[in-house]
Design a protein around this ligand. Structure first.
Ligand SMILES: Nc1ncnc2c1ncn2[C@@H]1O[C@H](COP(=O)(O)OP(=O)(O)OP(=O)(O)O)[C@@H](O)[C@H]1O
Length: 583
């Protein structure tokens, strides 16, 4: 375990109080079970028929069972066996299953084929029947039962992990590791294991309860923990005939299993989150509206939607310049790290604003802020974000959903990522239409075809899958999806970065033409000042999260005021600089 992982795990109780409580509960249960010989009030196996089936009292807080044994004592002693056997069995199952699945899925070939066939056979047997047969073969006892349960359970994990490994082996970062000459076992250990830890952990914690009950089932058949030794599952089985007359016999071990499984489940989620660096460190607080306020909220949303539509219509028809979006003194941070420092930016209808800045200056963060797409740990600390005349502070997911894709579109730098590989282009563009308009499938498809025509893609592309198109064509599909609902504002975040120079030029022409034809406002984001200057009338220079300069394109090229802008200009070829300065 790396130091960073240990740190993240150690931080769980402080960032997630509920997980901290689950951890404390689990530790407390383990501690009292381990300490049973010293703290238990009675002998767990001593029979006393005079005390049989007594309800809970001060002397016997959980009552007594049909043999007069103290239930609390037996729960404490039983926990030692149940928790130890479940922990051993789950560890064996997960380790064997994950290792076999990861190696087979990654290595493939004859090994994978042979193991997969074996898994098919093992999974075809009813699990419990196979476990009974194996436990009997192994001679019963706690060790035999743990082994039997482990042997029948690992194939399920292996199958699941193999599926993950098959997917992961084609990921770009795994291919990069292969190209770097990393041996297969190291790739499996680092990349495949890293990616499957989360889902496997969730499955494992869910299995803890199942394993306790499976061991209990085998004990009931006389194959596992033999009476009178206590074990939670066996206690449940012993209590079954008395469930109506003496429910406490059933409740005490049942409650113990319930609490342990609940704590393990919650803790498992927290550990998975802690190990996944892309997830926020803090649990997200859902925006919850009390039922009595929902009507008001719907009415306000409807009103706002109408006002936004009116604003958008004015933006496309008015001869005056209508403001589409504005950032006012916006500060964004990630934890304690400032990312945007008091950014102010205004976007107007029919105008192209270029946002330029070096890598890491905060361009994508600015776009995400404008579209309400910031995810923790990134957050807006102060300032206002206004979209189509409305302050977006307090907007929830539904509020943004009405605006994104309908009035504000986004084209990102990686069209392959933005397109679903198993859906045709037509389906995906039509889906964007149906997300905002109540139209028939045929009408949505017709609008999708029109949008593809708008970006000069032939109608045959409607039925093509993304992988059947070139990079430039995919980017056009992404643009068609963004403009199919005729938004007022289009945010293009490095839309041509992944393309060759001639395709870049064609996409830029396309964007300029769309702006003319549809009258939309454009925020064109790039680190390349030369590219920005080809499309933008106004250029905003972002430097270390702050606006260094905001000027019309010609002024910026002829009289830059900020030293950083001057450095950017100096890096351009002389011909380019002169051409831009003369417009
Ligand atoms: N989820 C995040 N958590 C923490 N820091 C982040 C996160 N996303 C971005 N940052 C930080 O914010 C800063 C700005 O990142 P951003 O992606 O906005 O830059 P950019 O100008 O778009 O860069 P590029 O041109 O390379 O895409 C960077 O220092 C980055 O490390």
């Amino acid at each position: 375990m790396t130091g960073r992982t240990a740190l993240r795990l150690r931080a769980i109780p402080s960032v997630d109080r509920l997980a901290g409580a689950a951890m404390a509960l689990l530790l407390a249960v383990v501690a009292v079970c381990v300490a049973a010989p010293w703290i238990a009030p009675a002998d767990p196996t001593a029979v006393d028929y005079l005390q049989a089936s007594l309800p809970p009292s001060l002397e016997h807080p959980f009552g007594t069972d049909a043999f007069g044994r103290d239930v609390l004592t037996r729960v404490l002693y039983g926990g030692r066996v149940s928790l130890a056997t479940a922990a051993v069995a789950v560890t064996v199952i997960v380790t064997v299953g994950a290792a076999v699945g990861a190696v087979c899925g990654y290595v493939g070939g004859p090994l994978d084929l042979a193991v997969t066939r074996l898994l098919d056979v093992l999974l075809a047997f009813p699990r419990l029947v196979l476990a009974i047969a194996l436990a009997a073969l192994l001679g019963g006892g706690v060790a035999g039962v743990v082994l039997a349960v482990s042997l029948v359970s690992w194939p399920g994990y292996a199958r699941l992990v193999r599926g993950y490994a098959l997917q992961i082996r084609d990921e770009g970062y795994v291919q990069a590791a292969r190209c770097a000459g990393t041996p297969w076992w190291r790739i499996v250990r680092t990349h495949v294991a890293g990616a499957i830890t989360g889902p496997v952990l969730v499955l494992a914690v869910v299995d803890v309860g199942e394993v306790i009950l499976a061991i209990a089932g085998l004990s009931f058949l006389g194959l596992g923990v033999r009476p009178p030794a206590p074990e939670w599952g066996a206690m449940l089985n012993e209590a079954r005939p008395y469930i109506e007359d003496a429910p406490w016999m059933f409740l005490a071990p049942g409650l113990a299993i319930f609490l342990v499984v609940l704590a393990v489940n919650y803790l498992g989620d927290a550990v998975r989150d802690a190990l996944e660096p892309r997830l926020p460190r803090l649990p997200q607080r859902p925006v919850w509206t009390p039922p009595w306020r929902r009507g008001e909220r719907h009415a306000a949303r409807r009103q706002r939607a109408t006002a936004i539509k009116r604003h958008a219509r004015a933006a496309s028809t008015s001869v005056d310049t209508v403001e589409l979006a504005r950032l006012d003194g916006v500060h964004v941070s990630a934890g304690n790290t400032p990312i945007l420092a008091g950014v102010t930016l205004r976007l107007s209808a029919g105008q192209t604003v270029g946002l330029v800045g070096q890598s890491g200056s905060g361009k994508s963060t600015l776009a995400a802020t404008l579209l309400g797409l910031l995810r923790p740990p990134l957050r807006v600390d102060s300032g206002t974000v206004t979209v189509l005349g409305h302050d977006t502070a307090g907007w929830d997911g539904d509020d943004w959903r009405q605006v994104r894709g309908r009035h504000v579109g986004l084209v990102s730098q990686d069209p392959l990522n933005a397109l679903n590989p198993v859906l045709t282009v037509g389906t995906q563009v039509a889906e964007a239409v149906r997300a905002h308009h109540r139209v028939s499938r045929a009408e949505a498809r017709a609008r999708a075809r029109a949008a593809l025509e708008l970006v000069r893609l032939p109608p045959r592309c409607l039925d093509a899958y993304p992988h059947q198109l070139s990079g430039g064509m995919r980017q056009r599909v992404a643009i068609a999806t963004a403009v199919v609902n005729r938004p007022s504002l289009l945010v293009c975040d490095e839309p041509t970065t992944a393309l060759d120079v001639s395709t870049q030029a064609r996409i830029l022409d396309e964007l300029a033409r769309l702006r003319e034809e549809l009258g939309i406002g454009l925020l064109f984001i790039s680190h390349d000042l030369r590219l920005v200057s080809q499309v933008a009338e106004r250029v905003v220079v972002l430097h270390q999260g702050a606006v260094a300069e905001d000027a019309d394109a010609r002024t910026l090229f002829t009289a830059p005021t900020h030293p950083y802008t001057r450095r950017l200009l100096a890096a351009l070829p002389t011909d380019d600089r002169q051409a831009r300065a003369t417009g």
